[in-house]
Design a protein around this ligand. Structure first.
Ligand code: ADP
Ligand code: MG
Length: 981
């Protein structure tokens, strides 16, 4: 209801906006015809003139008509010129249409320009790129893959460089110097993930300003914006490396057990399904006599659904309207509160249960016994609290013995925890992740397939051990647990830009999300020529087989008369099936899927020629349009055949939009079956089963307006669910984002400041304040013995407690700080100044990085653990926020204390260390009888000119204490803030 009002309103607003653009279009065209009489050099001179005018205070908006006219006029002058783009000769043949000028205005205003495929969005972007680059800041253009980044940068580079702009393109494997050069250009093309990774490397990992490559986050235009900001936004960007401690991989170890479990469950479910089927058939014969047994087959079916939801017999039975409606009713009842116990008992007949919608898998009691008959409790976490308190009461043991036992228990807890986790991931891997659908195996690696674009995503990994579980399942090398070095969501990366804009053929259905998350409004730009595509009604079949047969018939018919066909599928598996079916019919065709994505652009480009048949997984964000070959218009243009409705309406629109570009004829038609995932999981079962009840013969399609509507409803449901997942991800990342800003802020200060010691001393001061405040709170009488001891063990300043007598807190702080500064000044005189700056930077970065990375891991764990707390009626997000705050506070504390410990324990070289030692000693003597060498360890020795930081060998004698547990030394502080740091 509300959304339809919003739509109408948005429609009106859009019309109004379009109208306001009209007069500017007129002005641009007028200017452009005036420019036609200029010489080439006069036109080119505009660029520097515009730049100068901006310097004098004119705004980009003021310049828009002239700048756009200049670009359009340059395009006109290039017509007929030959260029080489990715090694192919092309002739420039484009002059901006009016609708393209409007698109350019939308982009300049930071909107999403929705323009159909083939409308020439690539050319549209040149207008705002040129205009915004006049500000001398880095304008960026994001494409969906590197191939397109290179193609578009070279192709549009013809026009942009004609006007004197430099154009760069970022590639994955480029060395940093080259990337820096590319970002240094006026315009930089690249992919979203590479831009994001560069940001993370620059801010989270670079060790000097020279290593940083990006210069600006000013204005970015995202091509195929829905594909990037919606589809890709589901997985955050993560830079990770091997974890420092190698843990033994439980996956390989547990695999065979799980495999056994899975195959047992599969055959158990088969039996149940078959029994249920037989029961239904019997019932049919003997009509509705006995009501007593009636529920059993339904219960069996429910078990199958919980244990093996993709069971074939089960899916067949669900095609029958009468059974389905009965089953749906039964299922709803069973999920009700009244049937809790019964449901529980039912589940316990399985080895594990699967929740297909939530993508979860859980071991049951039966499964536990099966896995470890000798010790089913082996998969229960030990109750540490009780054990420990009993142990403490036990007087017959010495403290050491107790500690040893505690340590053992603690280790066991960790081990069991890991096993439980590994089992649940393996179950997911076996029962929910299918090869060639969710992932492919390439070169001994498990590579994720993006479910929306069908493209493989090399290098990305599922988190939380799932990837390792799938690797174990596929018998490829299980990679090491990795540690996150830096991470950011796509959303938060792009929100950093001053101005964001996007273009795509399909943004309307996701307009709310663009608006809420990115503050991006969608501008719907009319097509240059009216679109005459015919979208046919969906045809729906009961089974996949019937559906594919019908689709093949249509393809064959079109192919016979020479009409090109584009066939869309939702998975690699379906593509291959269709390909086999076509081969049997001797219809030549091309397959375009995740596996062959390198040649994809060329295949797509040829998909419109006479007689071509092209099968493609999912056309979103392919970035190449399909031009019709000669003689194809008379045959009705391109025929688009969809073989399944996608989860999201947008992807279907993308597929349909591939035909009828620029006023061409074209037709689109979707074939659907009730076995399709979307239909099985989400379609409203009520009306569906009614229709199925009076359904018909094998192979006959169902057509009913109700069905069409329930498909839309199903898609909307999934879209909403996916949006809330992304929103959730973002809400969590927002917390981390604030922290990241602070940490990266300090890091950048360290990298760019001429005098990093300023930053260091700010942090030192904060640490002093914190320590003093906590101590003054504890002891009434103003005793600062703790602080003094700490000071003297970290800084060579020899202060005594009496020095603080009679001083107020602030004066103490000043005195302590002044002492440290003085000591540092002395240290400085003994050092090589330039080397010292490097050292300071090094100390800062080093104190930050390791801790921050640990923190990232802790935050991931926190996130996992709060999601469990939602059982306790607590809102996991606010729990997360609270604890995240505490964690961060601690993190900053640890960074500061680490800094304090290192400040005087590192030096640029041997000589310097010796010098500092003697000078400090002299100073200290001159100051009085205090302790001369304040720390027993003294400065760490460094060999030659290299700097090494103190290594502390930790021998664990006491029980292993959790980092957040109270410190065993009795200080009352957390372990990680006290002895554990
Ligand atoms: P989109 O990204 O909108 O799907 P492209 O930018 O890939 O479209 O352009 C599609 C085709 O239209 C290209 O082959 C391009 O040469 C052509 N084209 C774009 N704009 C014009 C124009 N103004 N005049 C002539 N051809 C154009
Ligand atoms: Mg494009």
């Amino acid at each position: 209801m509300l959304s339809s009002i919003f739509k109408k309103f948005a429609g009106r607003a859009n019309k109004k906006w379009l109208k306001s653009c009209q007069s500017i279009v007129g002005r641009i065209n007028e200017l452009e015809s005036g420019y036609q009489s200029l010489s080439d050099d006069e036109l080119k001179a505009h660029t520097s003139q515009f730049k100068a005018r901006i310097q004098e205070g004119e705004t980009l908006d003021d310049l828009l008509p002239e700048a756009f006219a200049t670009v359009k006029n340059a395009a006109r002058r290039l017509v007929g010129s030959k260029f080489s783009v990715i090694g192919q000769d092309i002739e420039w043949d484009m002059i901006h249409y009016d609708v393209q000028l409007i698109g350019g205005m939308a982009l300049h205003q930071g909107r999403i320009a929705e323009m159909a495929t083939g409308e020439g969005k690539t050319l549209v972007s040149t207008l705002p790129i040129y205009l915004n680059a006049l500000s001398s800041r880095n304008v960026q253009l994001v494409t969906v893959n590197e191939y397109l980044a290179q193609r578009d940068s070279e192709w549009m580079g013809c026009l942009l460089s004609y006007l004197g702009l430099s154009v760069g393109c970022i590639k994955n494997q480029m060395p940093p110097e080259q990337k820096r050069k590319m970002y240094g250009c006026d315009v930089t093309y690249g992919t979203a993930s590479e831009f994001g990774f560069d940001y993370l490397r620059d801010n989270g990992m670079a060790h000097s300003a020279e290593e940083q490559v990006q210069r600006d986050h000013y204005y970015v235009i995202i091509d195929e914006v829905d594909s990037i900001l919606i589809d890709e936004a589901r997985t955050p960007l993560i830079i990770s490396g091997p974890a420092p401690i190698q843990r033994e991989q439980p996956y390989t170890k547990m695999k065979s057990g799980i495999q056994r479990l899975v195959s047992k469950q599969v055959s158990f479910c088969n039996k149940l399904a078959n029994a249920a089927k037989a029961e239904f058939e019997k019932e049919e014969e003997s009509a509705i006599e006995d009501g007593a047994d009636e529920l059993d087959p339904l219960a069996d079916l429910l078990l199958v659904k919980l244990g093996a939801p993709k069971n074939k017999t089960f899916m067949r039975l669900m095609e029958r309207g009468d059974i389905r409606s009965e089953f749906d009713k039964f299922e709803t009842e069973m999920h009700g509160d009244l049937n809790k116990d019964r449901m529980y008992a039912l589940k316990e007949r399985l080895f594990y249960t699967i929740d297909e919608k939530q993508r979860q898998a859980d071991l049951t009691e039966k499964g536990r016994v099966e896995l470890r008959p000798d010790d089913p409790d082996g998969f229960m976490l030990p109750d540490l609290a009780t054990k420990f308190s009993e142990l403490d009461k036990n007087t017959s043991l010495s403290q050491e013995e107790k500690d040893a036992i505690k340590l053992k228990e603690q280790e066991k807890l960790e081990e069991v925890g890991e096993d439980i986790h590994a089992i649940s991931q393996l179950l997911r891997a076996y029962s929910l992740y299918e090869k060639d659908v969710e992932y492919v195996v390439q070169g001994g690696k498990v590579v994720i397939v993006d479910e929306n674009t069908g493209r493989v995503m090399p290098g990305r990994r599922w988190g939380d051990g799932l990837h390792q579980a799938v690797e174990a399942k596929e018998n490829v090398t299980v990679e090491r647990e990795s540690r996150t070095y830096a991470t950011i969501t796509v959303q938060n990366y792009f929100r950093m830009y001053d101005k964001l804009a996007g273009m795509t053929g399909t943004a309307e259905t996701e307009a709310t999300e663009f608006h809420d998350i990115y503050k991006l409004n969608v501008a719907i730009i009319p097509t240059n020529e009216p679109c005459i595509r015919v979208d046919e009604n969906d045809v729906i079949f009961k089974s996949r087989r019937e559906k594919y047969n019908a689709a093949i018939e249509d393809i064959e018919e079109a192919n016979k008369k020479g009409q090109p066909v584009l066939v869309g599928t939702v998975s690699v598996e379906a593509s291959e099936l269709l390909s086999r079916m076509l081969r049997r019919k001797n219809i030549p065709h091309n397959v375009l899927n995740a596996k062959y994505h390198q040649q994809e652009a060329e295949i797509v480009a040829r998909a419109g020629i006479r007689g071509a048949v092209t099968i493609a997984t999912n056309m979103a964000g392919r970035g190449t349009d399909i031009k019709l070959g000669g003689g194809v218009k008379d045959k009705g243009g391109l025929l688009v055949v969809g073989t399944e409705r996608h989860e999201s309406r947008r992807i279907d629109r993308q597929l349909r939009g591939r035909c009828s570009r620029q006023g061409d004829p074209g037709r689109s038609k979707f074939f659907i079956s009730l076995e399709d995932d979307l239909m099985r999981l989400f379609a409203n079962s009520g009306p569906m089963s009614k229709i199925l009840q009076n359904s018909m013969e094998e192979g006959e399609p169902l057509e009913h307006p109700l069905l069409n509507r329930s498909i839309e409803t199903a898609q909307k449901k999934v879209e909403q669910q996916n949006y809330s997942i992304r929103k959730r991800l973002l809400q969590y990342d927002d917390v981390l984002n604030k922290q990241r800003e602070i940490i990266y802020g300090i890091r950048n200060e360290a990298l760019h400041s001429e005098d990093p010691s300023q930053t260091i001393f700010e942090l030192v001061e904060e640490e002093f304040v914190e320590r003093l405040e906590s101590e003054s709170g504890e002891s009434e009488a103003g005793s600062y013995s703790g602080f003094v001891t700490w000071l003297n063990s970290h800084f060579p300043i020899g202060l005594r407690e009496e020095d603080f007598d009679g001083l107020a807190l602030e004066a103490i702080l000043d005195l302590a700080l002044e002492k440290v500064r003085e000591a540092y000044r002395i240290k400085k005189t003994a050092e090589n100044e330039e080397a010292l700056v490097h050292l300071e930077r090094f100390i800062l970065l080093n104190s930050i990085d390791g801790r921050w990375q640990e923190h990232l891991t802790e935050m991931e764990e926190l996130r996992r653990s709060v999601s469990l707390r939602s059982y306790g009626q607590k809102d996991p997000l606010s729990e997360y926020k609270n604890e995240a705050y505490t964690y961060f506070h601690e993190l900053v504390g640890m960074i500061r204390t680490q800094l304090c410990s290192r400040l005087f324990r590192t030096a640029t070289n041997m000589v310097a260390i010796e010098n500092v030692k003697t000078m400090l000693a002299r100073q200290a003597v001159a100051r009085g009888p205090g302790d001369l060498t304040p720390t027993s360890r003294g400065p760490e020795m460094a060999r030659g000119n290299e700097v090494s930081l103190p290594k502390v060998a930790v021998k664990r004698t006491a029980p292993k204490v959790g980092r957040n547990d109270p410190c065993p030394c009795g200080s009352g502080k957390k372990y990680k803030r006290c002895c554990g740091r």
